[in-house]
Design a protein around this ligand. Structure first.
Ligand code: NAD
Ligand code: MG
Length: 393
């Protein structure tokens, strides 16, 4: 029996992961974690006979305990309990908490030397070098679950990374792809929270509309595959059927295609290094009819270019970028700043942080990454407050 734990079990990736686990008879569920949706967390924990269910919030513990009374599932709450849950012996751990909150549990899981299936892209953006060093130290394997990175990983199987000339990540362009630019600036969280192809959590869906998500993925690709920034490119591909393309030094290009369903990338990580049948729709190219590609317009997607600034700076810039992006997204969702303000706010936070600190220094520990995160969040929130005040004036 494989022991599996799912962090962020109540989210979009977490639910898809458990959907696949439920179809297998070789997995035993150790820990499931969630946020405030303790009713769903308890349902999942009962259905999967988990050993332990953890809510991230101390004030939700009573409700979780009540929902799991008599079930035999142990309960816990809080950030430290999440890290302790990650230290419970497991062979395969899904990291699918959204945001920098996913960092510490992912690190803790690596110490077991098993497989960390990494959906939480923030881990690589904020602490890529540390995460890879920690995996190497414990003989653990990190498998990418982001669809584009799973696609690249699959295209690279059996290949020499030194022979890679280009790495192309595709992007749908998000829910506001066809909006005129003047209207785009006035988009609401509800407008940006619609995705044409993928069914995902609210935060990543809005990040897709702004292309902050793709900026994160460019940095994630650089960190995971060790590929030079100038070799990475992004193409808009509205059909979301080609997930990534890898170009080699002999001119060959390997593309990964499939229906836009996260259960492919999750299932690949679950079956790795083998392949096994998955319940995803099969690609029908005749029905698709055409595959379109075009270069993203920098005026529409100012967030995307910031990825190359972050990669050029290196060091702590990824952690600053992510924290500022999370704070900007919070302010946008709360209706305090506009859609177009998010990229400006993140760029400004990077500038201010670079003026006041050495942003290029490599963080020595996870604690230093989290300090950088707190500091950048504070700066970005102060900038958002300023914008909100000037907007109201
Ligand atoms: P989601 O919002 O649907 O779910 C997030 C999960 O994290 C939930 O279980 C929630 O309870 C939990 N959570 C939220 N805040 C938390 C906190 N502070 N502490 C602990 N737990 C917390 O998100 P999602 O769309 O499933 O995305 C999860 C991660 O996977 C993100 O990093 C995202 O970028 C990445 N990802 C998602 C998709 C997708 O298709 N949804 C694709 C690629 C990558
Ligand atoms: Mg992706």
């Amino acid at each position: 029996m494989r022991r599996v734990s799912v962090f962020g079990a109540t989210g979009s990736v977490g639910e898809s992961t458990l959907d696949l686990i439920a179809r297998r008879d070789d997995c035993r569920v150790v820990a499931l974690t969630g946020g405030r949706n303790v009713v769903r967390l308890a349902e999942l924990a009962r259905a999967h006979r988990a050993e332990l269910a953890v809510t991230a919030h101390d004030d939700c513990l009573g409700d979780l305990r009540a929902a799991l009374a008599g079930s035999g599932v142990a309960v816990a709450a809080g950030a430290q309990a999440l890290v302790e849950a990650a230290a419970r012996p497991a062979d395969w751990v899904m990291s699918a908490i959204v945001g920098a909150a996913g960092l510490a549990p992912g690190f803790a899981a690596l110490a077991q030397g098993g497989v960390l299936a990494l959906a939480n892209k923030e881990s690589l953006v904020c602490a890529g070098a540390l995460l890879k060093a920690e995996a190497a130290r414990h003989g653990a394997t990190i498998l990418p679950v982001d669809s584009e990175h799973s696609a690249v990983f699959q295209a690279l199987t059996g290949e020499d990374i030194a022979a890679v000339e280009t790495l192309t990540l595709t992007a749908s362009g998000g829910g506001l792809r066809d909006w005129p630019l003047d209207r785009l600036a006035r988009a609401t969280p509800a407008d940006a929270g619609q995705h044409p192809n993928w069914d995902m959590g609210q935060r990543i869906t809005i990040d897709s509309a702004s292309m902050f998500n793709k900026a994160m993925e460019v940095i994630e690709a650089r960190e995971f595959f060790g590929i030079a920034p100038e070799r990475i490119e992004v193409l808009i591909h509205p059909q979301s059927l080609v997930h990534a393309l890898v170009g080699f030094s002999d001119g060959a290009v390997m593309a990964h295609l499939g229906a836009p369903d996260m259960r492919h990338a999750i299932g690949y990580a679950l079956n790795w290094p083998a392949r096994a049948p998955l319940p995803v729709a099969r690609l029908d190219l005749v029905q698709a009819g055409r595959l379109d590609f075009h270069a993203p317009d920098p005026a529409r997607y100012p967030a995307l270019g910031l990825a190359w600034d972050v990669m050029a700076a290196g060091g702590c810039a990824g952690a600053v970028f992510n924290a500022a992006k999370e704070a900007a997204l919070d302010a946008f969702i709360a209706g305090r700043i506009g859609f177009a303000d998010m990229a400006r706010l993140v760029e400004r936070t990077l500038e201010v942080t670079a003026q006041e600190t050495d942003i290029t220094r490599d963080p020595a520990s996870l604690a230093e990454v989290l300090e950088t995160d707190t500091d950048a969040r504070r700066r970005a929130t102060a900038l958002a407050d300023g914008l909100a005040r000037s907007g109201a004036a």
